[in-house]
Design a protein around this ligand. Structure first.
Ligand code: PRP
Ligand code: URA
Length: 212
């Protein structure tokens, strides 16, 4: 499957192993939550490779040196509620000083369109790198709506991390937001008639929060 350049599949063995556990319907909510967090950390590691750096003067116990540190304002992690919360935990483990914004969206089960119910993000988001987190990129309506809102609010440097995308969703997202790189653990071939990713992992929010 050849994908648009902005879609990156993270083929690291640990990511793939944890994804298989996540897909397995026998995995409990407790383990699902832990695995999602761990995958968030590993995808976040890949997505933060090009953060801006600066040289800072420090003193080691031996001598003074110029050493690399992150530059600029702290990044913003933006989970798409609800399921994005589980993935964002891992990114926050990686960047504990990150600001956290929230976009509340649910997918209307009839139209599959995203309906917004909440938005709270830092006012100066235009000065910050932004990582949007949602485990599922199915039709891509939710991801597109979230990124639309963040861009309307001034965000300029956005990345999107997800566990699973559908091929259709990944292509749609890349067409609408070609400037937003996507980091995914896997891209599955199909969506079913209800807009679920096949083979997928089921309803991420319900499995994460034990609401089914
Ligand atoms: C799920 C998922 C994404 C969305 C993906 O959320 O977490 O946000 O569906 O589907 P899409 O790409 O077709 O828009 P859902 O609407 O079920 O809400 P929840 O996270 O609150 O369970
Ligand atoms: N949302 C989910 O949680 N799972 C899917 O497969 C599609 C949308």
């Amino acid at each position: 499957m050849s994908l648009p350049h902005s879609i990156h599949v993270v083929s690291h063995p640990l990511v793939q192993h944890k994804l298989t556990k996540l897909r397995d319907k026998a995995t409990s909510s407790t383990n699902f939550r832990r695995l999602l967090r761990e995958i968030g950390l590993l995808l976040g590691y890949d997505a933060t490779r090009d953060l801006p750096m600066m040289q800072a003067r420090i003193e080691t116990p031996i001598e003074a040196m110029d050493a690399p540190m992150l530059d600029g304002k702290k990044l913003v992690v933006v989970p798409i509620l609800r399921a994005g919360l589980g993935l964002a935990e891992g990114v926050i483990d990686l960047v504990p000083l990150a600001r956290v914004g929230h976009v509340g969206l649910y997918r209307d089960p009839r139209t599959l369109q995203a309906v917004e119910y909440y938005l709270k993000i830092p006012q100066d988001i235009s000065d910050r790198d932004v990582i949007v987190c949602d485990p599922m990129l199915a039709t891509a309506h939710s991801a597109i709506a979230a990124v639309d809102r963040l861009k309307e609010s001034g965000a300029k440097r956005i990345k999107f991390i997800c566990v699973l995308g559908s091929e259709q969703g990944a292509r749609t997202f890349a067409e609408v937001h070609p400037d937003v790189p996507v980091f995914a653990a896997a891209i599955d071939a199909k969506l079913n008639d209800h807009g679920y990713i096949v083979p997928g992992l089921g309803d991420a929010g319900d499995r994460l929060f034990g609401t089914k």
